[in-house]
Design a protein around this ligand. Structure first.
Ligand code: HEC
Length: 141
């Protein structure tokens, strides 16, 4: 190979590497067809409902309406556990496991909210926050 060919080869390899990296990140930051960026689902749905639930479970829901709101937060978080697996967004097992933990934790909170069982709700919520942490550790830059 001449020096010029070597340079061309190196440039092409670097470009291909960037392309692969771009596709890999795109899958995490955005699904394949749907328009919502992951960060907006996080900010708009996960952060809002996780924060609302944390607030309610700290003191404990005071009445039926607050228990119903806790059930609402848990339901929206549960749906996110499915949504994060759709549209080619999931890149690997870390992501899939965290989404599963999110589904299971929020399902437990929902059942506890329907039974008005504060201890069970707090235990389920601990798994919800574990799911956030596990996925962020692996995939949030
Ligand atoms: C399966 C993976 C996964 C799970 C589970 C997850 N997140 Fe995220 N989250 C991400 C990724 C990836 C980003 C970075 C997105 C980006 O910057 O493009 C992120 C970013 C965020 C952000 C920053 C959004 C912004 O405005 O930039 C917040 C807030 C957030 N997540 C909250 C949560 C909460 C709360 C939970 C748990 C209820 C959670 N996330 C669970 C993957 C996940």
């Amino acid at each position: 190979m001449t020096r010029a060919t070597v340079r061309l080869f190196l440039a092409a390899t670097a470009a291909a590497g960037l392309l692969v990296w771009g596709v890999a990140t795109a899958q995490v930051k955005q699904g394949k067809m749907r328009k919502a960026a992951t960060k907006y689902l996080m900010r708009g749905i996960n952060a809002a409902h996780c924060g609302g639930l944390a607030e309610l479970l700290k003191a404990g829901p005071k009445n039926d309406e607050e228990w119903d709101t806790a059930a609402c937060h848990a339901s929206c978080l549960n749906e996110m556990g499915y949504l994060l697996m759709d549209d080619g967004r999931c890149p690997d097992a870390d992501w899939a496991n965290a989404a599963k933990t999110l589904r299971e934790g929020s399902e437990a909170v929902l059942a506890a909210a329907q039974a008005k069982d504060l201890d069970a709700a707090r235990a389920g919520f601990e798994n919800v926050t574990k799911a956030c942490g596990a996925c962020h550790k692996a995939h949030k830059k």
